[in-house]
Design a protein around this ligand. Structure first.
Ligand SMILES: NC(=O)c1ccc[n+]([C@@H]2O[C@H](COP(=O)([O-])OP(=O)(O)OC[C@H]3O[C@@H](n4cnc5c(N)ncnc54)[C@H](OP(=O)(O)O)[C@@H]3O)[C@@H](O)[C@H]2O)c1
Length: 365
């Protein structure tokens, strides 16, 4: 689109400078006609586009050009995607300056959100060896985004793998963001020596993934959630559950090797007494005045109880690992609500209540 506009501006300038030369006028006319024909031939797809930062209402369902894969990309017909907190953070943007630096200071550079996808490969670039048309795949496209659309292009070396055989497209779409973020913390834990783990916000996308992953590694998990989710978090592997509507878990008598705050609703200072000496506190959020970054540096030297704030990293090795644990029956997708692409504003408003259980799906096909 931007390309077409710049050609259009160029043509206008040429035309303005030479408007008395009939020959030049003919050339310009020809280019204009060629462009019109090309635009007519352009294949369109439905996508949710946003051209300015703001509330959920900035998201609009539009027809845009269907993407074409480059040599190292696959073109995926998206069957299902999600609305997650990362999408919301890039749209609002709740992480303020950082997001604006990444995605455009005044207006978003990447105009189609959607970081999780599951679908079928429709076409491949000429250098692709790992996938073929017709393959069912799932994965993650954080930073690149683009999955809130009928088609998305993903690099072969990106976070993409063959979809688990025992999972629907909807379930597979709901796996990767929470799991990838949970892996950021879980892979740092030495499970030989750290068995007692508390997960706050265990019913959310990241929290529910933390509980299931920690269970895979043999941890003894205490989960904090609302009354309505007690049964769910137990079924995911929590041995003990604290209902935050009835008890203040920060006053718990038990102490833990690791505390993971998967909702970022409190601070290290309130949680510190829950940690054993040498214990570690992880948070999914930066905290008030980005304190968790500074506390990570400070506690590294000056405290036996540590704050760690690892930076999430995507990798296709992780997506393959997710496929393995799903096919081994050790991980299941938690889906709260399902919406269609034209209900994206409603879906986003729900996600922003901060009260979804697991994940919110957008079914496209
Ligand atoms: N580090 C990163 O790169 C990154 C990326 C994405 C998101 N995040 C952050 O990570 C956090 C979690 O994201 P998410 O997608 O997992 O969130 P989410 O799915 O929206 O989870 C919210 C869950 O937390 C529960 N909850 C709400 N208030 C609670 C409280 N006071 N105590 C315990 N549980 C509570 C909710 O259940 P009830 O309402 O039923 O209690 C809900 O199930 C968010 O704060 C988000 O900003 C970080």
């Amino acid at each position: 689109m931007e390309f077409d506009i710049s050609i259009y501006v160029l043509i206008s300038l040429i035309s303005f400078g030479h408007n008395l030369g009939t020959k030049q006028k003919d050339v310009t006319q020809n280019i204009g006609e060629k462009m019109a024909i090309r635009q007519e031939k352009q294949i369109l797809m439905k996508a949710v586009v946003y051209t300015r930062y703001g509330p959920p209402e900035v998201l609009q369902l539009k027809e845009v050009g269907k993407p074409t894969p480059t040599d190292d990309q696959v073109l995926i017909k998206v069957h299902a995607t999600t609305v997650n907190r990362t999408d919301c953070g890039f749209r609002k943007p709740e992480y303020g300056f950082i997001v604006r630096v990444i995605n455009g200071l005044f207006r978003p550079r990447k105009k189609i959100l959607g970081s999780e996808f599951a679908g079928e490969i429709e076409a491949i670039g000429k250098d692709i060896t790992a996938f073929k048309p017709g393959d069912s795949v799932f994965g993650l496209s954080t930073g690149r985004f683009g999955a809130h659309a009928e088609y998305v292009c993903i690099p072969e070396k990106g976070s993409i793998a063959i979809k688990p055989a025992n999972m629907s497209y909807e379930d597979a779409a709901a796996v990767c963001d929470g799991l990838m973020l949970a892996m950021t913390y879980i892979r740092k834990i030495d499970f030989q020596n750290s068995k007692e783990i508390l997960v706050n916000g265990a019913s959310g996308s990241i929290g529910s993934a933390c509980v299931q992953l920690a269970k895979c590694y043999g941890a003894k998990i205490t989960a904090v959630c609302n009354t309505k989710n007690i049964g769910l978090v137990r079924s995911l592997g929590a041995e003990r559950v604290i209902d935050y509507t009835k008890d203040d878990f920060t006053q718990d008598n038990q102490i833990y090797d690791v505390v993971i705050d998967a909702v970022g609703k409190s601070s290290f200072f309130r949680r510190k007494r829950l940690l054993k000496p040498g214990g570690v506190y992880y948070s999914t959020d930066l905290g008030f005045l980005a304190q968790n970054i500074f506390l990570a540096l400070w506690t590294r030297v000056f405290s036996s109880k540590k704050v760690k704030f690892p930076i999430p990293k995507e990798s296709n090795k992780d997506i393959e690992f997710f496929k393995e644990i799903i096919e081994a029956g050790k991980y299941k997708a938690i889906i709260d609500r399902r919406y269609s692409l034209d209900q994206i504003v409603e879906a986003t408003r729900y996600v922003e209540t901060g009260q979804k259980t697991g994940n919110v799906i957008i079914t496209i096909l």
